[in-house]
Design a protein around this ligand. Structure first.
Ligand SMILES: C[S@@+](CC[C@H](N)C(=O)[O-])C[C@H]1O[C@@H](n2cnc3c(N)ncnc32)[C@H](O)[C@@H]1O
Length: 283
């Protein structure tokens, strides 16, 4: 998204998938606000995406379940008192996972954040004040400067969740954002993010269905721009010392209890990273 972009439509789409996954008979995540926030437009965008990537709902549910659990570990077991959601879209963790003494900060592109706040204003009962909001275009602005101006303590350990955003940024913005988080926040900060493989972004040697996936987000105005097969050198170059990676197949096995070759999570990955070796207890 560039500075003049409209609000993100992929953010509405993933919100619709959260709503659907919340209705599973045995849900692995629960977002009571997602249905209303996604609205008919979000559900329609998701419905059209289903045929391109039929496992999107499962993938999204796993991503949210893992990151929700990470918030729980950080605030309940490791005494982290600040949670930053970067590129928040219609994220509702500030409302869903509140804890006394824990501050949530939501950062997003100004157009998406304005659209979200407009929807929240019509959502009865939503605790709008559960988060501090700050806008930032990662392509041209420094999120740490923006967060510090909104009250984030840069000397305190922070959990940063950067969910579903990196693939939409240029490599320069990815590197600049990772670097400023490592340099500008407490070294005890942990950054969690998902990313996609290079071939999906470049469109080389991928299936017809994967081509359709790329084309669909392109048509939504949010083309895939950055993918990597080697996240550890990227993180090392950006100032990180500790990295853990997770496979969605392994998370599916854990959360859903099975392995299904057809899920095709081969381009989707999750990582958590810190500029220093964090205390024991992080997964
Ligand atoms: C697929 S949505 C994910 C939203 C949310 N994290 C979630 O998982 O529901 C992509 C998000 O990236 C944000 N984004 C894309 N490009 C951006 C940029 N240049 N600066 C800031 N945010 C950006 C969009 O505004 C949107 O909220």
């Amino acid at each position: 998204m560039d500075a003049a972009s409209d609000a993100s439509r992929t953010a509405l789409m993933v919100c619709a998938y959260r709503a659907r996954a919340t209705r599973w008979p045995q849900p692995i995540m629960h977002d009571p606000w997602a249905d209303a926030l996604a609205g008919p437009d979000g559900h329609e965008i998701a419905a059209r995406f289903d045929e391109r990537f039929p496992h999107m709902e499962a993938w999204l549910a796993l991503r949210v379940a893992f990151l929700d659990r990470l918030v729980g570990v950080a605030v309940d077991r490791l005494s982290v008192r600040q949670v930053v959601v970067l590129g928040a879209g219609y994220d509702t963790r500030a409302a869903r996972l509140p804890r006394a003494g824990v501050a949530f900060f939501e950062v997003d592109h100004p157009a998406t954040q304005a659209a979200k706040r407009e929807r929240l204003a019509h959502l009865a009962g939503y605790p709008v004040d559960a988060a501090h909001y700050t806008s930032c275009d990662f392509e041209r602005e420094d999120p740490v400067e923006r967060l510090a101006a909104t009250g984030l303590r840069t000397d305190e350990p922070t959990l940063v969740i950067w969910e579903g955003v990196m693939p939409y940024l240029t490599e320069d913005a990815v590197r600049a954002t990772l670097s400023t988080l490592a340099r500008g926040l407490s070294p005890r900060t942990v950054v969690a993010f998902d990313f996609v493989g290079k071939r999906l972004v470049e469109g080389t040697g991928i299936s017809a269905r994967d081509h359709q996936t790329r084309a669909y987000v392109d048509d939504l105005g949010e083309p895939l721009r950055y993918g990597t097969n080697h996240v550890t050198p990227l993180l090392a170059a950006c100032g990180y010392r500790w990295v853990r990676q997770y496979s969605f197949d392994e998370l599916a096995l854990e959360y859903l209890g099975d392995y299904d070759r057809d899920r095709q999570f081969r381009f989707q990955h999750l990582a958590i990273a810190s500029p220093s070796v964090p205390p024991a207890g992080w997964p």
